[in-house]
Design a protein around this ligand. Sequence first.
Ligand code: ADP
Ligand code: MG
Length: 510
Amino acid sequence: MASTILEMRDITKTFPGVKALSNVNLNVEEGEIHAIVGENGAGKSTLMKVLSGVYPYGSYDGKIVYRGEECRFAGIHDSERKGIVIIHQELALVPMLSITENIFLGNEHASHGVIDWNANRRRTSELLHKVGLSEDSNTLITNIGVGKQQLVEIAKALSKEVQLLILDEPTASLSEKDSQALLDLLVEFKKQGMTSILISHKLNEISRVADRVTVIRDGQTIETMARGDMSEDRIITSMVGRSLEDRYPPRDPKIGDVVFEVKNWSVYHPLHSERQVIKGIDLNVRKGEVVGIAGLMGAGRTEFAMSLFGRSYGRNITGEVLLNGKPVNLSSVGRAVDQGVAYVTEDRKTYGLNLIDHIKHNISLANMGGVSSRRGVINDLRELDVANDYRKATNIRASSVYQVTGNLSGGNQQKVVLSKWLFANPEVLILDEPTRGIDVGAKYEIYTIIARLAAEGKAIIVISSEMPELLGISDRIYVMNEGRMVGEMAASDASQEKIMRAIIRGEKAS
Ligand code: ADP
Ligand code: MG
């Protein structure tokens, strides 16, 4: 019979203006891998910071019982003394120090007040061995990748005699392979009797390693499921409070004439001039229509979109673009925007947003005229009104429009990008992977925005690698492969199998 190692009872934690946790309960059994899932902002990290003493006793309400004993941690040293070690979402290693120095930072082995670096290095090598790293202990952190850095963090936790290991979204920035290695390690530690709490919103990872999962939504515990009861459907439903069938908002498309048309579009590689990247593409989009472009990674979809939008990719571009039946010149980004064509990139961080600026400025960025007087002076109050309107309309979760966009979650950043283009009011909107890296609930909100844009009569192109998403939101789907259009179908007629078949047929033909 498993015994309870940790019990968090009725935990409530408030920040100025935000109730991050209200009466959260968590029970962890000795020796299990307990997953905590929830959308961004659900309160997962806050709960773990309460547990580890980052938020000390007195700054929250409720009770923490560890191994039968009530804990009142004043700081992380108190929790670490009990063997509770947390690895935060943001890695905390010092880049210019060695692995050894990072592991023993603050708790160096010392005898008579002198740090024994030889002993520390020896101990480091043992720890690195345990986490499967063959790096030299003198290697600087800056010289190893994030996957290995994460393992160093774990080695550091082991150096503290960890009994309950907490990993806050450890695989968020890791490659598939590094994530696998990390999860394998967790399973290995479990065999040795360690208990761990794993925060993740990657459901495949959870179903692979977790014994139980607790779902948190809006600062509340929704439920804890045992392994046998875990299904992706049930977890998603708990996370977002909505069932899988309703993953896409209902639409009643009113589709008009062709607004945007591309004819025989060809593009060559910017560096290898003999390589044709886009091969004679034809495409059209109607007013009020959502057109999806499906394809495998590397099919050329982003290159196609970027070459259209201000020729920001490729050379020797040939072909024609018509807007409302008339040829248009989109040869620079400025011209494209002036003509009413917008492109929202998959890489929000680099292209879509000014991360160090606040929400208000970012929203008016593509339409300064809309917040300026006739003489070009920015009207602050007007800008503020606009920002507040869009914040409300797109449900951007932030303390105010003066919050810096870099501090928002991915989903909320994407809503700011979309608000920016909503306000610029383009006729044609190209969305490249609009929901990549965004959690389930925020995805739904993005789909709602897309549906509303279409209802307003915009012509929308969505590039996505998630086929269910394309099937869920598009009216018509094009299939691209190796720079060519290899298929076109009404969404009502399309399926994942049909799309895949088009791709494979295209490969055979070329
Ligand atoms: P998760 O880890 O599940 O994504 P968090 O625990 O980080 O969520 O955040 C929960 C809520 O508390 C969010 O609304 C977040 O904005 C808020 N929050 C978290 N930390 C702070 C803080 N230091 N100050 C103010 N609000 C915070
Ligand atoms: Mg978090």
